[in-house]
Design a protein around this ligand. Structure first.
Ligand code: UFG
Length: 342
């Protein structure tokens, strides 16, 4: 028997997955990346190995396909699974719902079938604050905030994912499952060798800002400044990707240490709200660049303000965000500059 703790990381070449691979290595785990690179670039694997200073196990497998994935479970004694592999473009999910249900739900079902067959008890699931929809009376949400009907197929796959996991755990009481509900992940690894890599025009705010700053895009449009927030622009909880990655390792350690099974959902955010205009100011400060932006109409479906009550992560996982917003934006900017040299 090997003394290595192998952790299966599906979608491990993606934005959150790749940073989690580094956090796992830092804590002595042996990650096995399952990623067919449909939404990532091969150089990310090379750069991960540069950061790690050693080869990293990587299998280019579609994790909704049982047979190739089963081979990996046969080959390694897997201690835990962190399941990231999923599509995440909200707009695309409205246009191509079947693609989202097939991939996001299909891959989860395959992974769980194998977890059951090979008795892997520790599972972390990539969920989202999107499950809260637009909360009725409050902008700061804790885990008791009711889950609302999803407005997009993407959001629906996260709600369904949590429900499937909950039913699965009820049927297999020894399983230790944590759904992490992310707020808005931003930033990059301090080495600037890995980061967020939007294929095509970015949908998310910070990559849009940094690509505008570097001159790849002409101008950022702020989607509305007439919300009832302090400066009129929307408020989100932007969390440094390295903090988010660490939260996965804490959740994994918590599961490994627990003697009893559970299904839990935990918010991962900073607990602080930042407006779009504030984020632009932080970018201008850390980069020294005056951003070209204008105010445009609201984007359909945007929640005016939402941020995390992150107390549960502190109590249950002993985790809190440690990096500042400036750290996050600067790391994203360094990554953008690195990208422009590729
Ligand atoms: N924004 C702009 N201009 C842009 C892009 C974004 O003003 O060009 C604004 C948006 O209106 C919003 C804020 O920047 O107020 C953040 O937008 P993002 O698209 O970066 O993030 P969202 O909070 O809208 O979406 C995120 C995730 C989704 C997830 C959703 C809800 O990207 O996957 O949170 O949980 F579904």
């Amino acid at each position: 028997m090997s003394d290595k703790k192998y952790i299966l990381v599906t979608g491990g070449a993606g934005f959150i997955g790749s940073h989690t691979v580094i956090s796992l290595l830092e804590k002595g785990f042996e990650p096995i990346i399952i990623d067919d690179l449909r939404n990532a670039k091969p150089f990310i694997i090379n750069n991960l190995e540069t950061i790690a200073g050693k080869p990293i196990l990587h299998y280019p497998i579609d994790c909704s396909e049982l047979n190739p994935l089963e081979k990996v479970f046969t080959e390694y004694e897997i201690s835990g699974i962190i399941h990231f592999a999923a599509y995440k473009a909200v707009d695309e999910s409205i246009r191509e719902p079947l693609k989202y249900y097939q991939n996001n739900i299909g891959s989860l079902l395959t992974v769980l079938q194998l977890a059951e067959k090979f008795k892997v008890a520790n599972i972390i699931f990539s969920s989202s604050c999107t499950v809260y929809g637009e909360p009725k009376d409050t902008v700061i949400v804790d885990e008791m905030t009711p889950i609302q009907a999803a407005t997009t197929p993407y959001g629906e796959t996260k709600i369904m994912g949590e429900k499937i996991l909950s039913d699965f755990q009820k049927a297999n009481g020894n399983l230790k499952i944590t759904a992490l509900r992310y707020f808005n992940p931003i930033g990059a690894h301090e080495s600037a060798l890995i980061g967020e890599l939007p294929l095509g025009k970015p949908a998310n705010l910070l990559p849009y800002i940094t690509q505008t700053g570097i001159g790849k895009l002409e101008k950022l449009v702020v989607f509305g400044n007439d919300y009832s927030t302090q400066d009129g622009s929307c408020i989100r909880d932007y969390i440094h990707i390295a903090d988010l990655a660490d939260a996965h390792v804490k959740a994994l350690q918590n599961a490994l240490e627990s003697k009893t099974g559970f299904m839990d959902a935990i918010n991962i955010g900073t607990g602080k709200g930042t407006s779009v205009l504030e984020l632009i100011k932080v970018f201008e400060k850390v980069s020294g660049i005056k951003l070209n932006y204008s105010i445009g109409p609201r984007r359909t479906g945007d929640v005016p303000a939402i941020y995390a009550n992150a107390e549960k992560a502190k109590t249950v996982l002993n985790w809190t965000a440690t990096r500042t917003l400036e750290d996050s934006v600067l790391s994203a900017w360094n990554w953008e500059k690195y990208n422009s040299t590729l």
